[in-house]
Ligand binder design. Structure first.
Ligand code: FUB
Length: 327
């Protein structure tokens, strides 16, 4: 008998999983995670320890049922443009098809974002021949808005190479802004109707404080690092993301999908392990946070496990901070 998933416990234990992007498709919850692998290779700020080679899609009928691993949905060997490191993916449904968006390093070791398609939310997915033209960095997250326009948000510092693209071309030794300068925001682009290209050049999303001043690069409790996620609640757009070095999931709110976003606060306090990465989804009249930590491997940064917990809003639309380990 398979075990029923419980809040704040690993969804599955037979594989390591991370970076969960959760969606409701066909009445079920589908979770699109990274598939962490066990290896003895180097660990560094470049993220070489995250050496993932494929994706397995998880699904849950409801919270009274076990979590199903639907098997290999896409493997590196079947992505013609990619060389390694299949990092945090996301999925979207449009045009009667499912689209898997995923980052990987290309043959020149530069992170790009690819798309693969399927008629089934659990795959298998068929990758496009090339990555999205003009794409770079990591952690794509797609919002298909109520008007059916689709936006992809992406970008991550250091191993994710975002700071190397500040001039619009890849500068291998470029560093991020000085602490007193505005932090880099995530990038965003509207997708074309067929979901396979950017409509326009990606633009940087601005994240500001309550006075409209940009969050600064030295403000590590609030500045953007990686893992963007945009969801809608009561007609407003919520951009949430990881602060990286301070290990929190924080968020801002905007009237527009492309911002500016006004910083609001913390959603998730630090979890076991260096990275933190999440998604937010509404299912059967409640809201849920999917996240990961390294509890399944006793704290090994690249051997993570996906979990979920309920997420609650205050009356003014702000989100209550979650401590996943509180009793
Ligand atoms: O899983 C590899 C990387 O770690 C992701 O792309 C980041 O968001 C972080 O979770």
């Amino acid at each position: 008998m398979k075990k029923i998933v419980k809040p704040n416990e690993p969804l599955v234990e037979h594989i390591y999983t991370a970076d969960p992007s959760a969606h409701v498709f066909e009445g079920k919850l589908y979770i699109y995670p990274s598939h962490d692998i066990d290896h003895d290779g180097p660990t560094n700020d470049n993220g070489d320890q995250y050496a993932m080679e494929d994706y397995h899609i998880l699904s849950i009928d409801n919270f009274n049922s076990p979590c199903v691993d639907n098997g290999e949905a896409l493997h590196l060997r079947d992505v013609p443009w990619a060389s390694k490191q299949m990092w945090a993916p996301d999925a979207a449904f449009k045009n009667n098809k499912y689209y898997l968006f995923f980052p990987a390093r290309d043959k020149d070791d530069i992170f790009r974002i690819g798309v693969a398609t399927s008629s089934n939310p659990a795959g298998p997915f068929q990758a496009e021949e090339n990555y999205i033209p003009g794409s770079f960095s990591i952690d794509p997250a797609v919002l298909v808005d109520d008007d059916n326009r689709a936006y992809v948000y992406f970008g991550g510092l250091w191993g994710g190479q975002l700071e190397k693209w500040q001039t619009g071309t890849f500068i291998p030794d470029a560093e991020g802004p000085a602490p007193s300068e505005p932090a880099l925001g995530p990038m965003a682009a509207e997708l074309t109707e067929d979901m396979l290209s950017f409509k326009d050049k990606p633009q940087e999303i601005s994240i500001v404080d309550e006075d409209g001043k940009p969050i600064l690069a030295g403000d590590e409790e609030r500045r953007y690092f990686e893992g963007p996620w945009v969801h809608k609640y009561n007609g407003k757009y919520y951009l949430s993301y990881s602060t990286g070095t301070t290990h929190s999931i924080v968020y801002g709110i905007s009237e527009n999908p492309l911002g500016p976003y006004v910083f609001k606060g913390k959603i998730l306090s630090p979890v076991i392990g260096w990275t933190t990465h999440h998604s937010i989804v509404s299912f059967e009249d409640k809201w849920y946070l999917f996240y990961h930590d390294c509890s399944l491997s006793d704290g090994v940064d690249h051997k993570r496990c996906v979990k979920y917990t309920e997420l609650k809003y205050n009356e003014d639309g702000t989100i209550q901070t979650i401590d996943p380990y509180s009793k």
